[in-house]
Write a protein that binds this ligand. Structure first.
Ligand code: GAP
Length: 422
């Protein structure tokens, strides 16, 4: 964990939010490599969930919504965590996080007493309006989900969707988490990627689509290189299900801090549509559809893809990210920075690849160090222009995982890289 956190800071994946002012708990800023990784995760998700499907459409709803949305959705009353306070130092914790409570108790010499658990609402409040004292209180969305429900009628009337169909969305959500922690794992501002899939309100349909989406989502993580031995489903117990869920299962990853949820598959039944008084007419028959939801965290996925990719071979740290997720796809080096012929040829190749891929340039230090630096950033391919290039117009392409090199014709490099990334 510490090694990955240090690598994220050193190489520009993830920085603590507002760091120069001592930070803001539960917030993180993504650096040049981190933003590429997150964008790649979102791009692959959108491709799989929207672009390649005929039954799903995308939206991008507002973060600020009429507060009635959150009353109707049940979040004002029920989006709570049980909070307890240490009577010695008044620090607050989630009552259901036994390990955090035990480790806090160890920080005091005396026996710690706790207050009785109180319900603590996680919605983050904001104030809108220009006249001081007359501003109206709103909530920043605690889940991106409600945007799909409030637009249900808009989507049905403006597109050709028919049940079963889905509405997909990616965006920021905000929660006043009692104890943010484990790096980005529990943050107060984070991004979700969600599908709300509307089906006929029948048990057999519910079971079928729940299993279908479980499999789709698990397969997606595996297809992007997550180790299936580190992945599992976990069914929610009756006492841990969210207020909207008829039943729920999480996809968990075995992180250094234990098995941890990073995507939830929820059977929301008709909870949301009936609370918002929405229905659907299917060839003359009117009913309230049920919803199967897949709700993944972009930040948690990014973190777990990083854990999954981290490997150390001797002194060499390699991030074995799937090439589709790698922030930089290819790095281009002139073998020597003081040979103008090598530099100008390498620059030509760098410029020709830029429109297609995220490409890095490096001409500092020796070539071995440059390879190591790209390995640590997860770059799957490095192209080196050497003296042979000037003779036969070929370059070496080095593969990050095997460290093997192949000679490729300069005019075939784009095709070669594209083929590898397909
Ligand atoms: N719409 C359903 C929903 O929001 P959730 O299980 O509360 O369900 C879904 O959240 C996903 O959002 C989680 O699996 C996780 O990946 C991400 N998430 C939730 N809370 C988070 C937090 N505090 N920090 C980072 N990611 C979080």
């Amino acid at each position: 964990m510490e090694k990955l956190v240090a690598l994220c800071k050193r190489r520009g994946f993830i920085f603590p939010g507002s760091e120069i002012y001592s930070g803001l708990a539960g917030t993180w800023d993504y650096g040049p490599l981190g933003v590429e990784l997150k964008n790649n995760i979102k791009k692959e998700w959108w491709r799989a969930m929207v672009q390649l499907r005929e039954d799903v459409v995308g939206i991008d709803a507002a973060i600020m919504m009429n507060p009635t949305v959150w009353q109707k959705s049940g979040h004002v009353d029920a989006f709570t965590d049980p909070l307890v306070e240490c009577k010695v130092c008044h620090e607050r914790f989630r009552a259901d996080k036994k390990e955090e409570i035990t480790s806090h108790e160890k920080t005091h010499k005396e026996k710690v007493e706790w207050t009785a658990p109180q319900k603590f609402n996680l919605l983050v409040k904001a104030y809108l309006g220009v006249v001081e004292g007359k501003q109206s209180e709103i909530f920043l969305r605690g889940e991106i989900t409600q945007g799909a429900f409030v637009n249900f009628e808009n989507i049905v009337s403006s597109t050709r969707v028919k049940i079963p169909f889905g509405i997909a969305q990616i965006g920021k959500a905000f929660r006043n988490e009692i104890t943010p922690g484990n790096f980005t794992y529990r943050s107060r501002e984070f991004e979700q990627m969600e599908l709300e899939y509307f089906i006929k309100p029948e048990d057999a349909e519910g079971d079928k689509w729940f299993e279908y989406w479980k499999k789709q989502r698990m397969d997606w993580y595996k297809s992007l290189g997550m180790d299936d031995k580190k992945l599992r489903f976990r069914k929610h117990e009756d006492n841990e299900r969210a207020h909207y869920a008829k039943f729920a299962e999480d996809i968990e990853y075995e992180a250094p801090f234990g098995w941890s949820e990073f995507e939830g598959i929820h059977h929301r039944g008709d909870w949301d549509l009936s609370r918002h008084n929405l229905s659907y007419v299917d060839e003359g028959e009117k009913y309230t559809p049920w919803v199967i939801e897949t709700s993944g965290g972009v930040d948690r996925s990014a973190l777990f893809f990083l854990f999954n990719a981290y490997s150390k071979e001797g002194d060499r740290v390699v991030l074995k990210l799937h090439p589709k997720l790698a922030p930089i796809k290819v790095a281009v080096f002139p073998l020597l920075a003081n040979k103008p012929d090598l530099v100008s040829k390498a620059k030509e190749i760098f410029d020709s690849l830029k429109p297609q891929f995220m490409v890095a340039w490096d001409d500092r230090g020796n070539i071995g160090k440059r390879y190591f630096a790209q390995d640590e950033a997860g770059t799957p391919y490095c192209i080196t222009v050497d003296f042979q290039t000037l003779e036969d117009d070929t370059v070496t392409v080095r593969d990050r995982d095997s460290a093997k090199q192949e000679r490729v014709k300069v005019d075939k490099t784009e095709e070669y890289i594209s083929e590898k990334l397909r």
